[in-house]
Design a protein around this ligand. Structure first.
Ligand code: RP5
Length: 161
């Protein structure tokens, strides 16, 4: 199996309802990607193996989603020099503020680009992954420009009442 261009990992199946937005966004841009459930604490060995295998096989961007203590994205970043985009999941106890603070507070040296909590973060992580890939892929850049144009037209064409 060839490595996906973008690897999307999440800590639990309970994250999938939100992370579906990243999957759908990457699919919209025809970006080869794979979504997997792998946990930093429940499956640490398999996670390390997956990240190293993807990175060696040509994966260019990782997206990692987790909630609560949310160390998944940091652990992914520890095993690759490819860009890692983190999506904090909304948690039942602290509404995702815990996930956000855990993810965004990476000590200097191992960066994680942290997006917004929840679905907006999932969508934007995918769009940012597309933008990263588009720096060296003119066709993908064109698609991104068209997406922005379509979005602007929807806003400008909105009729209220
Ligand atoms: C994290 O703990 C997962 O990313 C999820 O957001 C959270 C809760 O996981 P479950 O208890 O629902 O499996 O590891």
């Amino acid at each position: 199996m060839p490595s996906p261009l973008v690897a999307v990992v999440m800590g639990s199946t309970s994250d999938w309802d939100v992370m579906r937005a990243a999957d759908e966004t990457l699919a919209r841009f025809d970006v080869a990607h794979e979504c997997r459930v792998l946990s930093a604490h429940r499956t640490p060995v398999e996670l390390e193996h997956y990240v190293k295998e993807c990175a060696a096989g040509g994966t260019e961007v990782f997206i990692a989603a987790a909630g609560g203590a949310a160390h998944l994205a940091g652990v992914v970043a520890a095993h690759t020099v490819a860009p890692v985009l983190g999506v904090p999941m909304e948690s039942p106890s602290l509404q995702g503020l815990d996930s956000l603070l855990a993810m965004v507070q990476m000590p200097a040296g191992i960066p994680v680009g942290t997006l917004a909590i929840g679905k907006a973060g999932a969508t934007n992580a995918a769009l940012l992954a597309v933008a990263i890939l588009a720096t060296s892929r003119p066709a993908l850049r064109e698609k991104l420009v068209a997406f922005r144009k379509e979005q602007a037209e929807q806003v400008l064409g909105a009729r209220l009442g």
